[in-house]
Design a protein around this ligand. Structure first.
Ligand code: A2P
Length: 282
């Protein structure tokens, strides 16, 4: 995998650009709009946002200000937890589209699974939400559908439905590969997307990653992003800084050897969000 391919192919045949710009914690206003516009002008074709990020209006503005044709851009958003359930999901989707100023989405994800700690009927809640998302997909309002932060036991009931999820966006970075979930996804034809591929930036001072990065003549950030791709996961690095936005897609000049992949895969926990989908209370 020396040269990075342009796209992954989802289970329904839709092509998805292999790196997306993350926008979690990109502030609504010029910060998020500027990052999106810069990323698109610098070669990104994939933007990831969510209703809860509170920046969909600015993300939409950045897309329009880039002047790049809508159909060349892959846009993902996510349904927030307070909008779970069949009826609410439709309203949430319409609000997301209106805020983005778009008339379709490329990918729509359920942001977090309802979990057993909060809900006795967690399975049914996830299935009801999924039914609405599936209907929006079947009506042609969304090109592909999936989930985020779902562990295998959350995914299982959805795999029995008419349209199983095509994507699971999970926290995935060196020191936190969620191997069981990632393997389960691969076994079921679900593409893994990596949120916080830099561990929200916490990994960039890690000694092992910096030693290796130095050997390859790259930054620790580029090493982490390339590592995701070589593990078959789609990285969504977040940045609002032009130089970093450019650096994070400059990945063709090096390839991590199998031995170094193994060393990174086996490294211990070195920081991350600490959020567990089974115990979060939001
Ligand atoms: P900023 O947005 O101020 O440029 P993650 O994608 O893992 O959540 O990490 C995002 C964090 O890492 C942000 O604080 C972002 O800062 C920072 N970041 C993103 N790309 C780089 C980079 N190439 N070098 C250093 N820091 C980066």
């Amino acid at each position: 995998m020396n040269k990075i391919p342009e796209n992954f192919t989802l289970a329904n045949g839709v092509q998805i650009p292999v790196i997306g710009l993350g926008t979690w914690q990109s502030a609504e206003g010029d910060s998020a709009a500027g990052a999106v516009k810069t990323a698109l002008l610098r070669g990104y074709r994939h933007i990831d946002t969510a209703a809860i990020y509170g920046n969909e209006k600015s993300v939409g503005r950045g897309i329009r200000e880039s002047g790049i044709s809508r159909k060349e851009i892959f846009v993902t958003s996510k349904l927030w937890n307070s909008d779970r359930g069949y009826e609410s999901a439709f309203a949430a989707f319409e609000k997301t589209l209106a805020d983005l100023g778009l008339d379709y989405l490329d990918l729509y994800l359920i942001h977090w699974p309802a979990n057993s700690r909060q809900f006795d009927k967690w399975k049914q809640i996830n299935l009801d939400t999924w039914r609405a998302v599936t209907e929006l997909y079947q009506a042609g309002r969304i090109r592909a559908i999936g989930v985020s932060n779902f562990l295998p036991h959350h995914l299982e009931p959805l795999l029995e439905t008419q349209v199983p999820p095509m994507v699971d966006q999970i926290e995935f970075h060196p020191g936190f590969m969620q191997k069981r979930t990632a393997d389960y996804c691969r076994d079921h034809g679900i593409l893994v997307e990596a949120w916080s591929p830099l561990g929200t930036g916490k990994l960039l001072k890690n000694p092992l990653l910096n030693d290796l990065a130095e050997r390859y003549g790259v930054s620790a950030a580029r090493l982490c992003i390339r590592w995701c791709l070589q593990n078959g996961a789609l990285p969504l690095p977040k940045s609002v800084t032009e130089s970093r936005i450019c650096e994070n897609i400059d990945l063709d000049g090096f390839e991590i050897t199998p031995e170094d992949m193994r060393r990174i895969n086996e490294m211990g926990y070195a920081g991350g969000s600490g959020l567990d989908p089974d115990t979060v209370d939001f």
